[in-house]
Design a protein. Structure first.
Length: 251
């Protein structure tokens, strides 16, 4: 076999077998091996991603978050477009270096077409899962997620059981306070009244969130409707229960 060792020495590995010089791993073979490893790594990553998405509830949860993000992003874009349209077209577009009114109209048409494409996104498209999880809001209001934490901290520990057991739990707590004597019963009832007051303050916070004028936040509320319902039920049930008990308590 004829070969130029000086030309191929850096690209081929030499091995000796049965007293003869053989060539292994040519440049082309090494290239194919690298590409195979790359495809293999990509394939494993794809399989791992699909396996994770196939777990119960994962894909649904990710798609729900993605739909919320797309809707919120669209709301922000529409808000910005509405603000731009408040000013004359010549001041918003022609100042950017466009001197032709016809070009300005074409620019507005392209913007409208882009918004229309955004409205027709495919809910089953997995590519939306690669979007960022959170989009910034300029007004940075208190969110229902923060209020949910406040409600968890606000709820009375002895009222965390089923609602049909609240009456018995309240009577036991009141009897325990009365058994201590002194002003313990009064202190207990004052604490209940304070609990009701704090609960109504949380309701005011929810009202402020719901009555926001920010289009971005109003759009977000559509996807928090279940959480909003749960918070209102939890708050109102406990508030009304304590209020009724306070009205019927006789010291």
């Amino acid at each position: 076999m004829n070969f130029d060792a000086r030309t191929y020495l850096d690209h081929r590995q030499l091995s000796i077998s049965d007293g003869r010089l053989s060539l292994t791993l040519s440049r082309r073979t090494m290239g194919h091996s690298t590409r195979r490893r790359s495809r293999s790594s990509s394939s494993r990553q794809h399989v791992a991603t699909q396996r994770w998405l196939s777990k119960p509830g994962v894909r649904e949860a990710q798609n729900a978050k993605a739909r919320a993000r797309v809707a919120l992003n669209r709301a922000r874009k529409n808000k910005k477009l509405a603000e731009e349209q408040k000013a004359p077209v010549t001041s918003s577009l022609l100042d950017d270096g466009c001197e032709d009114p016809q070009s300005a109209c074409e620019e507005l048409s392209r913007n409208d077409s882009w918004d229309a494409r955004d409205d027709s996104w495919d809910a089953n498209d997995d590519s939306v899962l690669t979007m960022e999880n959170d989009l910034p809001c300029t007004c940075n209001p208190q969110t229902l997620d923060n209020i949910e934490i406040q409600v968890r901290m606000w709820r009375m520990e002895w009222l965390l059981s089923a609602e049909d057991t609240w009456g018995e739990a309240y009577e036991e707590a009141l009897a325990h306070a009365e058994a201590k004597g002194g002003h313990e019963a009064n202190i207990f009832l004052d604490q209940c009244a304070q609990h009701v007051s704090e609960g109504r303050m949380i309701l005011d916070s929810i009202r402020e969130v719901v009555h926001t004028n920010c289009p971005y936040c109003r759009q977000r509320l559509k996807y928090d409707s279940i959480l909003l319902y749960d918070l209102l039920v939890s708050l109102m049930s406990e508030i009304k229960f304590i209020e009724v008990k306070l009205d019927t308590s006789i010291l």
